[in-house]
Design a protein around this ligand. Structure first.
Ligand SMILES: Nc1ncnc2c1ncn2[C@@H]1O[C@H](COP(=O)(O)OP(=O)(O)OP(=O)(O)O)[C@@H](O)[C@H]1O
Ligand SMILES: [Mg+2]
Length: 450
């Protein structure tokens, strides 16, 4: 349960940065003014590029970075851009510091899980597989043994072809079920693990006779495999420590140790089992460590206990790269009376590279608004873009970019396809920016509940 909730939260947060595809740097690591959905913030992007390089070279492990800057200057956006640059294989997990203080799960548990989601193990295995382009699939569907109302695939006959060979194989229900579930059809390139029967779809091969092609954006086109259909294949999988914990826990359950997962928490024994297993694989060269990134937004909201937990986590044998972000200057470390830069204890600060992010000028705000509105499918007149830009310089980028979607609704209600000046005037009356909402609260302090 805890698992599912967390994933959802991250997706929501990611969507306000969905226009960001990377750091937008050239080969020399210089930031292009507008690229990969990012605008300006040149120095911070170049600094982030160097961090990406260090991570790839394995030189950032056990260290971290801290983005410091006012609200809406792209700290979270840059953290996501770093994740994009690191590639699919690098684990990246993101939490907001406030999530640490859940009422259901212990602080250290939330942090431990986040840390273990940010450390990857790349496992290479040589497996016997059948691989090729699907030329034909014939399924035998029968009534399910456990649910007579449902029909399930019982067996199948698959014809696979490479550039050099064609082979028809008979498969049982384990494989047939997966062929059915993944909707494997003519023209797909697949491989089937000869031992476990696991089926993997690598993509579509172009130009297969009798295959239908729907040009869906997400379709990946791949080369037709060569050589024999049955062969040895090197398979690379990157799992996080948390993936392995869940696996180990599930196995323990099937052996009858039911207490392994307890109220959304993973038992420490399970983690020790995982660590032993992983260390053994690393020592025997059966796996490689892939240190990932743990991003904690609004880091000033962490307390002294959380900070010492993180400092210790960075010193551990298996440790992630920590990215923190904050918009606070000198402030009290939560849970103490001690003041410190950004509310972060100095022993942790010592391990962090600090990257400042600066407020945007009008041109940058205009560009970011254009990119955001395109991403959201929001139409604006030239005048409205100018008006919003002006408003953005007076209030904040945050405020105006959050206003785009309400503006779209307002324009629609006013029967307009594109946002006009009148819509903006209306929106400003309905939604306050932070400065005017605090002013409002102060004026009405006596009337508002405290
Ligand atoms: N340089 C940029 N280029 C393109 N889009 C940006 C840039 N900087 C910020 N944005 C976008 O502007 C919005 C606000 O930025 P973001 O949330 O990253 O700010 P932040 O510094 O994390 O603010 P806070 O301190 O309030 O958390 C987001 O939609 C973000 O994707
Ligand atoms: Mg942020």
């Amino acid at each position: 349960m805890a698992e599912i909730r967390e994933v959802k939260k991250i997706e929501q947060r990611a969507s306000i940065h969905s226009h960001i595809k990377g750091l937008g740097l050239d080969e020399k690591g210089r930031a292009k003014v507008v690229a990969d959905g990012l605008v300006g913030q040149v120095q911070a992007r170049e600094a982030a590029g160097i961090v990406v390089e260090l991570v790839k070279k394995g030189k950032m492990s056990g260290r971290g970075i801290l983005f410091v800057g006012p609200s809406g200057t792209g700290k979270t956006a840059l953290a996501f851009a770093i994740a994009k640059e690191l590639g699919e294989d690098t684990p990246f997990s993101a939490i907001n510091a406030s999530e640490v203080y859940s009422t259901e799960v212990k602080k250290t548990e939330v942090l431990t899980q986040a840390v273990r989601k940010s450390i990857g193990i790349r496992v290479r295995q040589r497996r016997q597989v059948y691989e090729g382009v699907v030329k034909d699939v014939k399924m035998k569907i029968a009534r399910s043994r456990t649910n007579p109302m449902a029909a399930v695939p019982r067996e199948a006959e698959v014809t696979l072809a490479t550039k050099d060979e064609q082979k028809t194989i008979q498969v049982g229900d384990v494989v047939a079920t997966q062929l059915y579930r993944y909707n494997v059809r003519k023209g797909d390139v697949i491989w089937i693990d000869a031992e476990t029967g696991d089926v993997f779809k690598s993509g579509r091969a172009k130009g297969v006779e009798g295959a239908k092609y729907y040009d869906v954006e997400s379709t990946k086109y791949v080369e037709m495999p060569t050589g024999p259909v049955r062969k040895e294949k090197e398979i690379v999988n990157t799992l996080t420590l948390n993936d392995i914990d869940l696996n180990v826990a599930a196995q323990n359950i099937s052996f009858g140790i039911l207490s392994s997962i307890f109220g959304g928490e993973v038992n420490q024994d399970v983690r020790q089992q995982t660590d032993r297993l992983v260390m053994k694989m690393l020592r025997e060269n059966n796996a490689e460590l892939v240190p990932g990134v743990l991003f904690i937004d609004d880091a000033h909201m962490l307390d002294i206990e959380a900070f010492s937990f993180l400092t210790k986590a960075l010193e551990a044998e298996l440790s992630p790269i920590l990215i923190l972000a904050t918009n606070r200057g000198i402030t009290k470390i939560r849970g103490t009376d001690v003041e410190s830069p950004h509310g972060i204890p100095v022993d942790l600060l010592d391990r962090l590279l600090i990257i400042p992010t600066r407020p945007y000028n009008a041109e940058e705000i205009r560009e970011i608004l254009k990119i955001r509105s395109e991403e959201l499918g929001v139409e604006m007149t030239q005048e409205s873009i100018e008006e919003l830009t002006k408003l953005g310089t007076e209030t904040s980028l945050r405020y105006v970019s959050e206003l785009l979607e309400p503006l779209q609704v307002i324009a629609e209600r006013n029967g307009r396809a594109a946002i006009a000046l009148d819509d903006i005037r209306e929106a400003v009356k309905l939604f306050a920016d932070v400065r005017s909402s605090t002013k409002f609260a102060r004026e009405f302090e006596s009337l508002l509940l405290k």
